[in-house]
Design a protein around this ligand. Sequence first.
Ligand code: TXA
Ligand code: MG
Length: 319
Amino acid sequence: MTIISKDISKAVALLIAEDIVAIPTETVYGLAGNIYSEKAIKAIFETKKRPFFNPLIVHIPSVDSLSTIVDYIPKKAQLLADAFWPGPITLVLKKLQNIPDLITAGKDTVAVRVPNHPVTLELLNQLKFPLAAPSANPFSSISPTTAEHVETYFKDNIKMVLDGGACKSGIESTIIGFENDEPIIYRLGSTSIEAIEAVVGTIQIKNKKEVTPDAPGMLERHYAPKTITVLTDNVLDSIKKYSDKRIGLLVFNSEFESEAISSQIILSKNGSLEEAASKLYDALHQLDHQDLDVIIAEEFPDYGLGKSINDRLKRATKR
Ligand code: TXA
Ligand code: MG
């Protein structure tokens, strides 16, 4: 029997009973639990096989609830919340004392956002507590953008996937931390740097290569298919190089012709970076299930969501 269901009241009952439920958001599906339930939060980490040093994002129903989670809101954080919530920006801010250490991995900051999905906003409005929700995939694998992706990953290890259709944005939220009240991008994501800079001015991107990064989503190998994946700015050369292999090709907007290609996905025929982002993970899931020897991914233009797509593709290629 399927665990996929559209029944919001069933999700409410499970979450109140300290169970975990996969929920839709505009970015990717999350694996959600009550932030104040140790039982639920431990179940999230165990189900994902996620190390406890990797903190979770808290999901709240509105900008107004922010003051129940964080201690202090820098002016530029308020500007970003007002401009983008509900939406794919996560703010990392000083936490209130009562936010459990399990959520923040012992840090004195907490990551928080208002997701932009009608089903999950309705769910959050019916609950008296916020939801911690990491992406609903086993640690380091491709994030899920449909209820079916989640079911394939977890089968009956979880009781329910709340079905909200395919995620519209398709890659995770952009994470922004603050140092001396100035915003810094910790993880590229569904909100472009250009859109953020239009609100708060020039913003720095922190390059995460340390062993314990500020945002472990920035770990070098992440979002990875099981099939060997290569990223290239010269697709034809790469096809030649792997011509004796079963090749899956993942390209931006134009089709390539070669007998060596077993399977090809064009992410946006009319060259829309938004459309490409929304289809990226589903394409990787599809190619990863086709028994290919190699996935060749085309590098994207280095602006707007192209930057975020390249970031995920780079991490998908690390071994
Ligand atoms: O779009 C999204 O953000 C999705 C949906 C479900 O909301 N969630 C998501 O969660 O991508 P997850 O757990 O896969 O990624 C959360 C990232 C991790 O890289 C984590 O390290 C970072 O947020 N993070 C959480 N708390 C943090 C903190 N206090 N300081 C720095 N980074 C933090
Ligand atoms: Mg994740």
